[in-house]
Write a protein that binds this ligand. Sequence first.
Ligand SMILES: Nc1ncnc2c1ncn2[C@@H]1O[C@H](COP(=O)(O)OP(=O)(O)OP(=O)(O)O)[C@@H](O)[C@H]1O
Ligand code: SF4
Ligand SMILES: [Mg+2]
Length: 322
Amino acid sequence: MSTVLSIENLSTFFKTDKGIVRAVEDVTFSLEEGEMLGLIGESGCGKTTVAQSILRLIEYPGKVVSGKVILNGKDLLKATDDELYSLRWKEISVIPQSAMNALNPVYTVGDQIIEAILLHEKVSKSEAVKRTKTLLELVGIDGERQKSFPHEFSGGMKQRVAIAMALACNPKLVISDESTTGLDVLTQAQVIALIKNLQKKMNLSVILISHDLPMVTAICEKIAIMYAGKLVEWATTEEILNNPKHPYSKALLNATPNLSDPDREVVSIPGSVPNLVNIPKCCRFHTRCPYAFDRCLNESPELREVTPGHYTACFLEGDKNG
Ligand SMILES: Nc1ncnc2c1ncn2[C@@H]1O[C@H](COP(=O)(O)OP(=O)(O)OP(=O)(O)O)[C@@H](O)[C@H]1O
Ligand code: SF4
Ligand SMILES: [Mg+2]
């Protein structure tokens, strides 16, 4: 396996009237070829800001202030606009939160996928039409429906079309940011199963951003957990489930019903995510952490590899050599 994406010490801040929002600070993780990584954390923890920073979609008053986003050996943060244009779609693409944001109501779904292919690849129109039919069939829609308009599809079908569009130019990495929000529970499960199926079939690397911890643990090979703009734990799903290290990860797991242990008490996490404006140097979880001690109030713990392949940021955890 080779590394497809490597994010190193990424920090993205927003300048506001009230001060600097340190939305993402010093975030590091990577993704292997064919791997699905779940990026989770409560609302406001910085998941979308990480995704938008990777895609270079952060707009004023936001700014990526430091770090590297290496995609197949190239730092996206240093890429020119032309380089980015050719990398988007062909190397990296997004499944949007709402299919309506991706689909134009006045064109047929087929024409929209065909246009995306023709804009980014040197292929003939007839090849693009053929590929569009194949793509629609890949996501479980009759290829003949390419002549239909978005309003002729159900919400779940529109989301499938959005997935087909994201795959139009054979990207190696796909980012899905809460892409099933707004769909009913059954359709959500079907769309997520489809993404998993396509990941395996096409050997895609996927970053799956979600609040749904049981779903993420069921389908992702690895999990990265964010809290208040920091990455607090990153490991295989098996390690996160059986050997969570960070108090926030443990609290998140305890706050989620466990189907294989229905008698286990579900305990919600007291308190809330802190305001990230001008946040002082500290462990950002200290206000909610039952183990917090003096050091946690004045220093920010670094992300460290505590056992091979298992990273966490907590003063209570020694490193793998310690
Ligand atoms: N344009 C902006 N201006 C100021 N602050 C912002 C802006 N966009 C995001 N933020 C702040 O950055 C932090 C991270 O937000 P982000 O949207 O990345 O979180 P998230 O984990 O994706 O949350 P959710 O689960 O609700 O989607 C929050 O404190 C948010 O208020
Ligand atoms: S560093 Fe301190 S406050 Fe932060 S999670 Fe560890 S023990 Fe809790
Ligand atoms: Mg978000």
